[in-house]
Design a binder for this molecule. Structure first.
Ligand SMILES: [Zn+2]
Length: 128
């Protein structure tokens, strides 16, 4: 593998990781719109469907190969965990706004920690 320099290369790597990470039944696209400035990549999943768009930021293109792979793997783990987000959102709609806000913060933080742990292990495994 090598550092990704073009959207075509990034889309190919995303597809490769999608396959290795067991997301063959998902429709995942590298979106050419830039990700938000505060993140190297981000992912939007479609509620109730196995569809996602992955966006990368300007800094993605100057990141190391390892950082690029980790960023893509991170967004793909979010696809695996998307149903948990949907379940959380359904439950949060049934509780008070205060509890929903607190729950969203705690849940969101835990999802990120879990996503980081899994994607780090996966990206390291694929680098060898
Ligand atoms: Zn994340």
């Amino acid at each position: 593998m090598a550092q990704l320099a073009t959207p075509t290369e990034a889309a190919a790597r995303l597809a490769e990781l999608q396959d290795k990470m067991g997301l063959r039944d998902w429709d995942i696209t590298l979106d050419l719109k830039p990700a938000d400035d505060h993140t190297i990549a981000q992912c939007y999943t479609v509620t109730g469907r196995q569809v996602a768009n992955v966006l990368v930021s300007k800094e993605f293109w100057s990141a190391s190969e390892e950082e690029q792979n980790l960023a893509l793997a991170h967004e793909l783990v979010h696809c695996h965990l998307a149903r948990l987000d949907e379940i959380h959102d359904a439950i949060a709609a049934c509780v008070s706004p205060e509890l929903a806000r607190m729950s969203s913060t705690v849940f969101g933080n835990q999802i990120e920690l879990t996503t980081d742990a899994i994607s780090t292990a996966w990206a390291r495994a694929f680098a060898t």
